[in-house]
Design a protein around this ligand. Sequence first.
Ligand SMILES: [Zn+2]
Length: 266
Amino acid sequence: MRAIFLAGAGSLALAGAAMVHSAQSPAQAPQTTPGVPAAASPQAGAAAQVASPFGAQTQRSGLNIVVLDPAHGGTDPGARGTGGIRESEIVLDLATQVRRALELAGFQVVLTRQGNENPSFDDRSAIANAQRGAVFVTLHISSTGLPGTVRVYVNSDLPAVTETNGLIPWDRAQAPFLGLSRKLGDLVQGMLVQRFKGSPDTALTAGVRQLRTTAAPAIAVEISSIVVEDRAELDRMGPGVADAIAHGAAAFKPLYVVANVPRALP
Ligand SMILES: [Zn+2]
């Protein structure tokens, strides 16, 4: 059975949950300046003192990496518009813009695909699960919804992880991260609604296959919609979506504490 080693993942989740509960609301929270290391925050400073088995090089705990997933690709074009618009192509272009915004905010970005390939769900999750201090963002264009709006989804509740030997099944990898995913999702959605009126105020919940196998705070960002007259309407949303994701991730950074990092078993 494919499984992920989650040594200390319980303490990661608990630390995250405690942070979420005790954290100030985004309005009261100290502003996170893009590019300023998380070590500037007291939470991250405390986390940095946690002993790491991975040596001094990785002592710097906290969120540093965003794994960005342009969904679909290859033989899977995703949603298709009447004008021949393909979701797989638009999200790839969008990912370039999001990547740039995230890098400007001080994040390292890892893409799950660079071109028109179609990695499997598991391949994409495996990229995220191999990172230390990462969040995962999958990008979609929907075929429904009010054009010009954007929704963030987090995975719905998964069966509790009861294993005590540090292993959890691959298909429940998201379970220990749901609370953190919700926090990240709400922060990004809050940034999106400021830029795209009519979008929800908080993240929605759904059974998202891609997120279920991801052992990191993970969200899906879905833009409405593929049913536009021409793709320029969607392209015009790119900079706002990129900016919202970068600001949301930056706001999330002080809440993310890596006590112990999940390790994917080969
Ligand atoms: Zn899609």
